[in-house]
Write a protein that binds this ligand. Sequence first.
Ligand code: ZN
Length: 359
Amino acid sequence: MGRSFQIGRIAGIKILIHWTFLLLLGFIVFSEMRKGSDTTAIVANIGFVLALFLCVMLHELGHSLAAKRYGIATKHITLLPIGGVASLERIPEDPKQELWVALAGPLVNVVIALLLLPFVGFTGSFFAQSTGNLASTQGFLYSLFRVNVILVLFNAIPAFPMDGGRVLRALLAMQLGRIRATNIASALGRIIAVGFVFFGLFTNPFLVLIGIFVYFGAQSENVVVQQIDLLKNYTVRDAMMTNFVTLTPADTVKDAADKLLSGSDQDLIVIDNDRAIGVMTRLLIIDSLRGNGRTTAVVDVMNRDFATVQISDRLTDVYVNAQQKPGAFYPVLEKNQFRGVIDLTNINEFVAIRASLSQ
Ligand code: ZN
């Protein structure tokens, strides 16, 4: 997705802004200048977009703070031209919790709209009126009020994984269980997403982008939920690799490079008396070779700070954790003794086999 910049930190959550957001601001200045607008109008337009994204950020913060109540941290909030994304550490599995986390975002916009209501002189011609004159305080506040109401209405559309879709999934999950609920919500989400794309082609390019986002989001979240279901009765022992290349503390970087070339393993574990004491990643081996370290012992350069899993750990937990870290690779331990390795590719293969067996 490209680069994002941190613009601040609220309640311990990093607030990031995607670089394309600057493109949006540039586009506004450009199109206003083409219309022949004066400086005041341009400044008012930019000010309005910034105020709008402040509301979007508060919306995302609503999701984050609701999640925090259930012990779920937020890694960061990212602001994109098409809206905001709060990257929660995980989605709550309890439907009641998911319901509240999903509702908390739009509720923030309801509160903002109610706070603005006394200032906007509501005329009842909500949909007829255009954005009005942003350079006047009245016009600015009215437009901000209007856009918060639109955010609430838009998020009420049950297009999973948008907020309305999450509410739908949570409600369905209470009756049908999470697996079937996700299947239904995801199918509906994809249908609506296609609608967004078609409707957006004739009206608003941002809607096309949102449609694409929703379509793939609905698809991938469904896959994850269905896969987790396939894994639920298994432990690390069932899926780990037991056939792999290891290193001893006496091996040199040159030995590690030879072993790397002779097999398909990307990460090699250094074993000392049945204990995993370090990891030599492919990158580390190549870097050490470049640094003239051919004869250096692997114990001097290996990574000693690595995550491990227990052989009896639930496979679903390892799968969820591994998905958050690209290239995750875990030595498997049993009573501190090294027994095997497991990574995401490995689990995905296990899922594929289980899926074909269960058909
Ligand atoms: Zn939301």
